[in-house]
Design a protein around this ligand. Structure first.
Ligand code: HMG
Length: 382
């Protein structure tokens, strides 16, 4: 039986900053951000959106009534959770009117959470072919103003429906994973901004990619020639390029894989890091933008979550992939955003619900999305 990704959607804020503006404001050469880091624009998340509303807005785009009744598991991967106890999945399940006969919960392991969700969904649907599982990946990446990580911020959500006989990607069911206790990036519960050992984190990422890729090859006897493309977790798009270059060298498949990589980073370069959703935005970018994908083409996926967990797995393109249908909503969203000046962004960056729990109401008249965070009353989200 074939199990995999049947539907996929992306959502982000209507606001962005331009990386040339940010470089100028920070006294850096714009080419460092545009070429050295590989980012052109960055989503800026307003206080009226949190991971619950970001994910609900993404999932709303793909779920019909039949899906909502068939979903018996909602898995939410995030590292920007809004509650230490209650999962963001329960909120989204309720906002979208998904049936209550479902297991609904949150998974955390930095940017890796949604991949754990997909693997769990794959096993569940393989056991129960009539089931549908909603996997949500939503985050807001924050390092702080005027930090080296600032150029790698961003945010947004990807929603995926995992089913039998999927319409997009059939998962192979083989994967290689590796974890170790590493302090490359972390965010203690008392902080809104992540702590990071930046250069070290990029080395660990490449090391984990090489380990899982080698392990995957040994397990499956598949090699670079068996892949049309490899999609990466893209904390910034140059990161995936560095990882890909570390294995392709002058291999005959190098040209094709490097060409496909360019399609897979198009959307991420306009959004920035969205942690758990980053790999899946890159997959969507590849599917929506590549002019050369055929049914049966194998795609590799490398997931990395600091701390650290890596996983390499794969899937095959289904017949009749509707690239245009996947591209339209994302292009519409990204082409209709409002550009902020750097001082407007700095002001928005400081806004948010007060950390001391007091009641607060946002002005929501400017946020026209279906799901909006209106504030907080008596310690409950509005
Ligand atoms: P930095 O020290 O400011 O940058 O921080 P740099 O000096 O290393 O320069 C970056 C690149 O720009 C270099 O290229 C320069 O040569 C180049 P590279 O050698 O790396 O190929 N450069 C230029 N290129 C063209 N024209 C120029 C120019 N000047 C310089 N004029 C760093 C960069 C990524 C470390 C920083 O932004 C950071 O700390 N970011 C956050 C951490 C991060 O994203 N790590 C990624 C791996 S960990 C991960 O993926 C997990 C994560 O998503 C979290 C999770 O799992 O939850 C982060």
């Amino acid at each position: 039986m074939i199990v995999g990704i049947d539907k996929i959607a992306f959502f982000t804020s209507p606001y962005y900053i331009d990386m040339t503006d940010l470089a100028n404001a920070r006294g850096e050469d714009p080419n460092k951000y545009l070429i050295g880091i590989g980012q052109q624009k960055q989503s800026v998340i307003p206080p009226t959106q949190d991971v619950v509303t970001l994910a609900a807005n993404a999932a709303d785009e793909i779920l019909d009534e039949a899906d909502k009744q068939a979903i018996d598991m909602v898995i939410f991967g995030t590292e920007s959770g809004i509650d230490q106890s209650k999962s963001a999945a329960i909120y989204v399940q309720s906002l979208l009117g998904i049936g209550k006969s479902a297991r609904s919960f949150e998974i955390k392991q930095a940017c890796y959470g949604a991949t754990a969700g997909i693997q769990m969904a794959f096993d569940h649907v393989t056991q129960h072919p009539k089931s549908k599982v909603l996997v949500l990946a939503a985050d807001i990446a924050r390092y702080g103003l005027n930090t080296p990580g600032e150029v790698t911020q961003g945010g947004g959500a990807v929603a995926m429906l995992i089913t039998a006989q999927p319409d997009i990607l059939a998962l192979d069911g083989q994967s290689a994973f590796y974890s170790d206790d590493i302090m490359d990036f972390w965010r203690p519960a008392y902080r809104r901004e992540a702590l990071v050992d930046g250069h070290y984190s990029t080395d660990v990422y490449i090391d984990f990619f090489n380990r899982t890729w080698n392990q995957y090859q040994a397990q499956t006897n598949r090699h670079l020639d068996d892949f049309k493309a490899i999609a990466f977790h893209l904390p910034f798009t140059k990161m995936g390029l560095k990882a890909l270059r570390s294995v392709v060298h002058d291999h005959p498949s190098a040209v094709g894989l490097l060409e496909q990589f360019e399609f897979s980073r198009q959307y991420n370069a306009l959004v920035g890091n969205l942690y758990t959703g980053s790999l899946y935005l890159s997959l969507l970018s590849l599917l929506a933008n590549s002019d050369d994908l055929k049914p049966g083409d194998r795609i590799g996926l490398f997931s990395y979550g600091s701390g650290a967990q890596g996983e390499f797995y794969s899937g095959k393109i289904i017949a009749d992939l509707q690239s245009q249908k996947l591209a339209e909503p994302v292009n519409h969203l990204l082409n209709n955003r409002i550009k902020l000046t750097i001082s407007e962004y700095e002001k928005m960056y400081q806004q948010g619900l007060p950390m001391n729990g007091r009641d607060y109401e946002f002005d929501i008249t400017k946020d026209h999305n279906r799901f909006v965070l209106a504030g907080r009353k008596a310690n409950r989200r509005l």
